[in-house]
Design a protein around this ligand. Structure first.
Ligand code: CP
Length: 336
C-alpha cells in the first residue's frame, strides 16, 4: 500500500483499509519490537503550541526507536511565535509566518508534526485549523496533526488499535462516546476523531451529551454517512442511562459547547447542574461488560471515578501505549 508523502490531518482523508493497514503494522511492531531502524538518518520536527505528556513523549520515544531524530520545537519557548493569517500586516506578537516556518523546516526535516489547540474564542475561525493546514499547505514534507480544533487523528488511530486488540470483529459492537463534566471548556478534536474512526470501522456509534453540547453538524454528518455506508447504527442520547445500555466500549470525554463558544463563564454556569455526567460503576453495570477508554489526561472523580479508571475493564494505559506503535507505523509509511 502506497502511503508515502501523505499528510495525516483528518480521519476523513484516509480510507478504512489504509488505517487498518497502519494498525496491522503497529500490532507487528508492538509484538516483535524495534530491532530494525527503518527511519535511520531521518529527522522529524515536532512543533508544539500547547502542552502534552503522551503525544510529545510517545512521538519522541518512538522516533528514537525507529532510528530517527526528533527535534522538539515549543512555540514561544525558544521558537518564534507564528502568524497564520494570509496577507496580514505582521505588527503583532508573532515574529514569523507559518508560510516561512513550514518551508524552512521542510529543508531540514523529513516530516513535520504539529499540535495547535483552538483558541476557544470563535468556532467559525477555530474549526478551520488554520495553523495545521497552513503547515500542510506550505510544507514540502508530510505534515501530521498532533491535535487541532477538529481532530486528533493519532489518538483515534491508537484507540482503534486498542479496540481491535479486544474485539476481533467490530461489526455491531457499540461504542458510546460519553460526554463528561469538566471544570474547563475543552476542544472537540478527540470526540470528533473517535466518532469518525469508530463509524468508519463499522461500529455502532452512540453519543451521549447534554442538549447544549452537540458536536459540530459537519462532523455529525460525516459520522452519519459512515454509519449509512457500513449499515451500522448512529444513536444520539441526551440522557445517560439509556445510552449506556448494551455498550461494548465507553469512551469518556468532555468537550465544550458550540452554543457557548468563547464564553466559558456562561458554559460553567450551565455545567454546575451537569456534575452527574461522570462515568461510575453504576453506569458501567448497565453496559455489556464494556471496556473503559479515555485519551488522558483525565480528572479523577470528575470525569470518571477511581473505581472505573483503575477497574479491570479500563484499557486507558493500553491506549496510551498504542499511541507510540501507531505513530511509528504511520511515520514509517509516510517517510521511509
Ligand atoms: N491524549 C493526548 O494527546 O495526551 P497529551 O495531551 O498529554 O499529549
Amino acid at each position: 500500500m502506497k502511503l508515502k508523502n501523505r499528510n495525516f490531518i483528518t480521519m476523513d482523508e484516509w480510507k478504512r483499509e489504509e488505517l487498518e493497514f497502519l494498525i496491522g503494522n503497529a500490532m507487528k511492531l508492538k509484538k516483535i519490537g524495534y530491532k530494525s531502524k527503518p527511519l535511520k538518518d531521518k529527522i522529524i520536527a515536532m512543533v508544539f503550541f500547547n502542552p502534552s505528556l503522551r503525544t510529545r513523549t510517545s512521538l519522541q520515544a518512538g522516533i528514537y526507536k525507529l532510528g530517527a531524530l526528533a527535534i522538539d520545537l515549543s512555540i514561544g519557548q525558544g521558537v518564534w511565535e507564528l502568524e497564520h493569517k494570509e496577507g496580514i500586516i505582521m505588527d503583532g506578537k508573532a515574529a514569523e509566518h507559518v508560510k516561512d516556518a513550514a518551508q524552512v523546516l521542510s529543508k531540514y526535516c523529513d516530516a513535520i508534526a504539529v499540535r495547535k489547540f483552538p483558541d476557544m474564542k470563535n468556532w467559525g475561525e477555530d474549526k478551520k485549523d488554520a495553523v495545521i493546514n497552513g503547515f500542510a499547505k506550505y510544507s514540502d514534507v508530510p505534515v501530521i496533526n498532533l491535535e487541532g480544533a477538529m481532530e486528533h487523528p493519532c489518538q483515534a488511530l491508537a484507540d482503534m488499535m486498542t479496540i481491535k486488540e479486544h474485539f476481533k470483529n467490530l461489526k455491531r459492537k457499540k461504542l458510546l462516546l460519553a460526554w463528561t463534566y469538566h471544570p474547563k471548556s475543552l476542544p472537540m478534536a478527540v470526540p470528533n476523531s473517535i466518532a469518525l474512526a469508530s463509524s468508519k470501522f463499522g461500529m455502532d456509534v452512540s453519543i451521549a451529551f447534554p442538549p447544549e453540547f452537540k458536536l459540530d453538524s459537519s462532523v455529525l454528518k460525516k459520522i452519519k454517512d459512515n454509519c449509512l455506508l457500513n449499515k451500522s447504527n448512529l444513536e444520539i442520547f441526551n440522557n445517560q442511562e439509556d445510552a449506556y445500555k448494551n455498550a461494548d466500549v465507553i469512551y469518556a470525554k468532555s468537550w465544550g459547547s458550540i452554543n457557548f463558544y468563547g464564553n466559558p463563564e456562561q458554559e460553567m454556569k450551565l455545567k454546575q447542574n451537569l456534575k452527574t455526567w461522570i462515568v461510575d460503576s453504576k453506569k458501567m453495570k448497565l453496559t455489556n461488560n464494556a471496556k473503559f477508554m479515555h485519551c488522558l489526561p483525565i480528572r479523577r472523580n470528575i470525569e470518571a471515578t477511581d473505581g472505573v479508571i483503575d477497574g479491570k475493564d479500563s484499557i486507558i494505559y493500553q491506549q496510551a501505549e498504542n499511541r507510540m506503535h501507531t505513530q511509528n507505523s504511520l511515520l514509517t509509511e509516510l517517510i521511509s
